[in-house]
Design a protein around this ligand. Structure first.
Ligand code: 3HC
Length: 697
């Protein structure tokens, strides 16, 4: 018998148990084991029905993604599904945890499905650039009708057990948490009531009713607006439509074809890279897995501005109380009003109840006094980027906070070690860099200082998980990973405009690559004053930062969306950037002052200079050990800056472009444009000379 799938009988029920931690993915061993267990169940004359149940934390969570791209080993999934569905003895799937992708497809091939109330089901293949390729697109609409199937398959979202029952996917949801017992009772009823092996493939009412329905065009139109650059969601619609137009076997063939098309798409490779990169980022190579994690049950946040307020919401959202500190009552009132408005907006959209809004607001306690921080487990400072002020704050925290409290700074560029040196406990000091808007963006860049203790590192990574962020641990340097690369891109984009491009042209090239917004629309969102202040700080520190038309914007009070004027202008109540002739004039004036004669710049040059400068910097970041892995850089960019996940992140994208091609261009720009940003990274040079990629490191 297979080690990962076992068969045994309890009374009249043949029990097939899958045990393949961590998530019972349908690896070759599991597929082969399932077939063998089914064979035994069929041969066992005493077994009147079969029960499929999983050990561990979840039902089958899908095909084994690690096997993708390798030669397929028989039996394939469809063969397993057919064997289940064709069983003359009724087969019951008992679901706990998550039945996802191929896992839900296995359950759909069973004749009955029962779940515990905490279970969730979904077909998330689209998030990996795929479609359900083991009958999901053909069986699901037979149970739910096309609309629900399209909703689930094109978004990949999970639904609760009760919703799945209402949609016709589950036959029963039980209150009991013991999945083995729940399955046995249900299967016992099937036997007692002499229920037949009811095959989903034979159900045709719903798919026939949906034949020729307008719902398919409706979904395609919506997808064109929502995910224009994506490949798989459209194939999902084609596959579900096929279920309404073809018989089951022909529909399965069509699904297979479409699945193969997705499998071969570069988007699939990018999205699967992103999936594993995110999970890899959670592992810190030089930290032992049993490093203790400190309790974080209360938090203090300094600064109730956009950042501080957004950070506070993250904790309130998961029930962790927060003290929010400001220097003046009116700033505090303003900050709280913004938080309330954000929550009220969510309530209006039906995402929160009014009671939840009040609960969360009650968890955020405003204060003007550091004394309230005497007992908190974690403090996050979120004031503006000024080293002097930050040092003063950390000196103060050192005095008031209890022993063992973690002292974190949300700085986006400044030296964590210098901040830590303002305290007598640098081992408790760390960077926790949130991304704007902090209540929305999923990235949390945790910055280790030279003296940050292992316990503190492990704790902040754990905090990221608790507040549902993707945590990436990075080293201490100017701008860390994300902003260090962003600032290179920003300077290059600004220089391109100096030389003759328009801000709109630069932004269009970047959105063309799949970024949700371009460099300059993003500056307007973050605030033109933020970059300006950083540049001024660096100039004060003696760095040679050339003047730019962006400085002029800040000096004229064009601070971005918040003043309805920045690089673009904004109509009342709108976030849509509108090109502004006044800015064109300002840029022209700047060029004249600097004696620059503008030239016409191609989109290709914009793409290469904006992106390759980032890749070169990313390679330096790796070379210096600031990021542990190139995939960590990808995660930072996908979750912090909206880099299109289907391109896998900037470093993965660079490998697709070709590191040799990028190095050639970097060398060329080093000679023509000049500047330290174009000094080729030694790592990049070494990899190219050895014919290797970042992923080989
Ligand atoms: N195949 C292989 N490994 C998988 C996997 C899968 N389908 N799903 C999860 N894993 C691995 C993860 O890589 C991770 O490994 P690690 O510990 O070595 O890093 C481990 O399982 C635990 O995963 P998480 O850290 O994500 O654990 P969570 O408890 O947070 O989440 C989960 C569990 C909800 C199951 C989540 O892992 C998930 O969403 N998995 C992907 C599900 C999915 O996309 N299924 C569809 C696959 S494609 C398919 O089925 C095609 C078919 O239609 C033919």
């Amino acid at each position: 018998m297979s080690e990962v799938v076992s068969y045994n009988r309890e009374g009249a029920i043949g029990v097939i148990t899958v045990h393949y931690p961590p998530v019972n993915a349908l690896s070759h061993a599991v597929r082969a084991g399932l077939l063998e267990a089914l064979r035994q169940g069929q041969a066992d004359a005493e077994a009147k029905a079969l029960l499929l149940v999983c050990e561990g934390r979840t039902f089958i969570a899908g095909a084994d993604i690690r096997e993708f791209g390798k030669p397929m080993q028989e039996p394939g999934l469809v063969e397993v599904m057919d064997a289940i569905e064709n069983s003359e003895k009724p087969v019951v799937a008992a679901i706990h945890g998550t039945a996802l992708g191929g896992g839900l497809e296995v359950a759909l091939a069973c004749h009955y499905r029962v779940a515990v109330k905490s279970a969730k089901v979904g077909l998330p293949e689209v998030k990996l650039g795929l479609l359900p390729g083991a009958g999901g697109t053909q069986r699901l609409p037979r149970l739910t009708g096309a609309r629900k199937a399209l909703e689930m398959i094109t978004t990949g979202e999970f639904i609760s057990a009760y919703d799945a029952k209402a949609a016709g996917i589950l036959d029963e949801v039980r209150e009991d948490d013991d999945i083995g017992a729940v399955g046995m009772v249900f299967a016992g009823d099937v036997v007692a009531q002499g229920k037949p092996a009811r095959r989903v493939r034979d159900l045709s009412n719903k798919v026939q009713a949906d034949k020729g329905s307008a719902v398919f065009e409706e979904f395609r139109d919506a997808l064109k607006k929502k995910s224009p650059g994506l490949f798989a969601p459209f194939k999902c619609v084609d596959a579900v439509q096929a279920a309404t137009e073809l018989d089951f076997d022909e529909g399965m063939k069509r699904e297979r074809q479409l699945f193969q098309e997705c499998m071969e798409s570069p988007q699939r490779a990018g999205l699967i890279h992103a999936f594993f990169a995110e999970r890899e980022a959670a592992k810190i190579p030089d930290l032992s897995r049993d490093t203790p994690v400190r309790n974080v049950d209360s938090v203090g946040i300094i600064g109730a501005g956009t950042m501080g307020g957004g950070i506070a919401m993250n904790f309130a959202n998961v029930g962790i109380p927060v003290f929010l500190l400001e220097q003046k009552q009116d700033a505090l009132d303003k900050g709280l009003a913004v938080i309330r408005r954000n929550y009220e907006n969510s309530a209006k959209k039906g995402r929160l109840t009014q009671a939840q809004v009040e609960e969360r607001m009650a968890l955020i306690r405003p204060t003007l006094s550091y004394d309230d921080f005497s007992d908190v487990d974690l403090v996050i400072e979120a004031v503006f980027e000024d080293m002097g002020i930050k040092k003063q704050i950390f000196g103060q925290l050192d005095k008031v906070c209890k022993t063992g409290a973690i002292l974190a700074s949300n700085t986006s560029t400044l030296d964590i070690d210098e901040i830590a040196a303002a305290t007598s406990r640098p081992e408790d000091v760390v960077g926790m860099h949130f991304f704007s808007p902090a209540n929305v963006m999923k990235l949390l860049e945790n910055v280790r200082g030279a003296k940050t203790s292992d316990e503190v590192k492990a704790t902040v990574m754990n905090v990221a998980k608790r507040i549902r962020k993707v945590g990436v641990m990075v080293g201490n340097c100017y701008g860390f990973v994300g902003n260090r690369m962003l600032h290179r891109r920003g300077a290059e984009a600004t220089a391109l405009v100096n030389e003759g491009a328009s801000p709109q042209q630069v932004d269009k090239v970047l959105t063309g690559l799949g970024f949700p917004m371009g460099q300059f629309a993003m500056s307007d969102l973050a605030g033109i004053d933020v970059g300006y202040r950083i540049r001024q700080e660096r100039r004060k520190a003696g760095e040679d930062i050339p003047p730019s038309w962006m400085d002029k914007l800040a000096e004229q009070g064009r601070l971005g969306q918040k003043t309805q004027a920045g690089v673009y202008k904004y109509e009342d109540g709108s976030r849509k950037p509108v090109p502004d002739p006044e800015v064109d004039r300002l840029i022209e004036e700047f060029r004249q002052e600097q004696g620059i004669r503008p030239r016409s710049i191609s989109d290709d040059e914009i793409l290469e200079r904006c992106m390759y400068v980032m890749i070169n910097e990313g390679a330096k970041i790796l070379e210096e050990g600031i990021a542990y892995r190139s995939s960590d850089i990808d995660v930072v960019w996908i979750y912090g800056y909206g880099f299109p996940a289907y391109r896998g992140g900037p470093m993965f994208w660079a490998e697709q472009v070709g590191l040799d091609k990028i190095l050639d261009a970097v060398r060329n720009f080093h000679n023509t444009v000049g500047g330290d940003q174009w000094r080729p990274s030694e790592l990049l040079e070494r990899l190219v000379s050895e014919g290797k990629g970042f992923s080989d490191l």
